[in-house]
Design a protein around this ligand. Sequence first.
Ligand code: T4K
Length: 359
Amino acid sequence: MEKEPVYVTKPSLGPLEDFVGYLEQIWSTGVMTHNGPLMQQLEKQLSAYLDVSDTVCLANGTSAMQLAIRALDLQGEVITTPFTFIASASSIVWERCTPVFVDIEPGNWNIDPLKIEQAITARTCAILPVHVFSAPCDVKTISEIARHHDLKVIYDAAHAMCVKVNGQSIMRYGDISCTSFHATKIYNTCEGGACFSDDPALNARIRRLRFFGFDEEKNVVDAGINAKMTEISAALGLVNLKGLDQVQMNRRRMYQLYQSGLVSCAVTFQQFNATEYNYSYMPVLFESEEQLLRVEKALQAENIFPRRYFYPPVHTMAGFQSGSLPVAESVSSRILCLPLYDSLQDEEIAGICRIVSSV
Ligand code: T4K
């Protein structure tokens, strides 16, 4: 009999009966969307859980970045990383700004602050760094550069739910931080996302922008769009929030199992501070792309499906082409994300490590 496939991830879901309880509430009130009570409750609970001043829930992480760019009225060049999911760059383009890609650091794979300084021109309006795989960017240096050059900072914190830097939520850095609650993320609302800012005026503007530009009296006061979170997504968010601490603990333990299982292999791991990481991905850096491809093939032969997050780097994709960025190109060609999710069994991890080691 063929083995069940093992994918790179699987959503972490709280108890179904809790979700059904919320669905009964939705069925009886008929309120399904438009700043509903469950979404408001989720915003409050997320703010308390993350210890942030406010949370603006949205339809997804991509709309979070687009509304952040809109809310800050950005125009011109936005400096960003090529080692990310396409949405980081495409949201810049959709907001009619120009992404300018700079290279990454070889150890933690995030945007290199030195390269940011070199890329600043008279047209630069903002920096959009990504905390890739949840490892924090050099937030201190980036905020100094931004202050010095009078630039805005929007963090793509899609991977970084629950991460703390210097004891405070990573969502508190930058003018606005954006995250994703997609099904493949450590915390999910099926589809969903959020913006975080300490500026009440910015939060109010993002709330208007997500709802066609309506103010509280339903007058259109801004050029908005539909980026609302539904009550069904919010219900799922409330259910999944309860188990999130446990999910993180499980993942940390599994990450460590992988590390010890791969100890004899010629692979390296992302550089991060153990208290500033959420273990949502299991990225492994091989010595060569050829090695990676052999490992990928051997795993696939056993019905195990790791993923090449993020390959190719965005600056080489059609429509984004720019000059060579050697660190991003090299790292991107050699990283494979191994399966990591809540219900993955220790024996499955051991089996994956055996296959990687044998190759
Ligand atoms: N910024 C960054 C840095 C991001 O990584 C992302 C999203 C964003 C911004 C934008 O946020 P959103 O607008 O998406 O909220 C996934 C996700 O679609 C995407 O959210 C995510 N990053 C990106 C890294 O990965 P794929 O191409 O991996 O999806 P897919 O369908 O191949 O799923 C991978 C595996 O997950 C499947 O093999 C099985 C499992 N899976 C997937 C889904 C959708 C499930 O078990 N259940 C599911 O419902 O894109």
